[in-house]
Design a protein around this ligand. Structure first.
Ligand code: NAP
Length: 281
């Protein structure tokens, strides 16, 4: 659709930014809701990040998403950062509020929304969670789960020291386990999350035997390309509820769109299909 001189503006700031799916995702919602607005890629070199962020209110932008490599350095360049984003240690959404730059991290709520939408029977309190991975996505997932009330979270990571560091930051309800202990940790799990890059297109598959996982435990893979990973196929084959990574990708975009364009967008089957087509491009 065409835009007017009054169009609301937002975008995604990264370097490089050409790979980002966000312009198409937000573009879908702008067209779907007939909103007078534009969401554009903002290619910003690391050394220009603070200056580019400061330019947002000057240029009349309502805000932007922040992607690699700016998610951590952006913390220091904003006027205000939500408590959860500070604990995650990364910002992915900036909203201009009365000229001030307010940062948040929508990966954590996006992960939870996706889990609740695609595994409606899951509740945080029902039992322990096991998470594979200790990188950026894992940190957001862990904080989302603990904030939601998961009684115990086991973090398994190839580099054990990184799992220990994350578990230490997370507090009493989190514990680190070596990578080799992942299968044993599944025995009383109500939720298994893969937050490693294993299983992603071009990466090795995740070598994990689910034999000890309880039949009702939910398996959530953050990988969305391919949509059906080896882990999810194995989970489905033995009857475990399975949640793919596309839901998180879509749900994490909702709060930003709502803040910038004034309408809370829906995550629908049609949107999933449209974004899936772009992933296959
Ligand atoms: P990251 O910070 O680079 O972390 C990568 C993680 O994968 C680390 O825990 C790393 O372990 C582990 N890993 C990598 N290669 C491995 C191997 N060969 N064997 C065992 N572990 C290995 O990446 P990230 O940003 O957290 O992303 C992780 C995954 O989540 C990616 O697949 C990404 O696409 C996905 N993701 C999805 C969404 C979504 O919206 N669905 C959002 C964010 C991320 P070490 O610490 O030992 O290196």
């Amino acid at each position: 659709m065409t835009i007017s001189g009054m169009a609301k503006l937002a975008g995604v700031m990264g370097w490089p930014v050409g790979h980002s799916r966000s312009p198409r995702l937000h573009g879908y919602w702008l067209a779907h809701y007939g909103i007078d607005g534009a969401y554009v890629p903002l290619a910003v070199k690391p050394e220009n990040l603070a200056q580019a962020l400061r330019a947002l209110p000057v240029l009349g932008f309502a805000g932007c998403n922040i992607t690699l490599p700016h998610k951590v350095p952006a913390l220091a360049a904003l006027d205000e950062v939500t408590d959860q984003a500070r604990r995650i240690g990364a910002v992915n959404t900036v909203v201009v509020q009365a000229g001030r730059l307010v940062g948040s991290n929508t990966d954590a709520p996006g992960f939870l929304e996706s889990l609740q939408a695609d595994a409606p029977g899951w509740r945080a309190e029902v039992g322990p969670a096991v998470m594979l991975g200790a990188g950026g996505a894992a940190r957001a997932v862990a904080i989302a789960l603990l904030d939601a009330g998961v009684p115990r979270l086991t973090v398994c990571n190839r580099s054990f020291a990184r799992a220990e560091g994350l578990a230490h930051d997370l507090g009493d309800r989190a514990q680190a386990a070596p990578w080799s202990a992942a299968e044993a940790a599944l025995a009383d799990a109500a939720l298994l999350v893969n937050a490693t890059s294993l299983g992603m297109q071009g990466q090795p598959s995740l070598p994990l035997d689910l034999a000890r996982l309880p039949a009702e435990a939910v398996v959530n893979d953050l990988v969305y390309s391919p949509l059906q990973t080896g882990l999810l196929a194995a989970a489905r084959a033995r009857g475990n509820p399975a949640v793919d990574g596309l839901g998180m990708l879509l749900h994490q975009a909702v709060p930003g769109f709502a803040a910038w364009f004034g309408r809370r967008p829906a995550v629908t089957a049609e949107l999933r299909a449209a974004v899936l087509r772009t992933l296959q491009d």
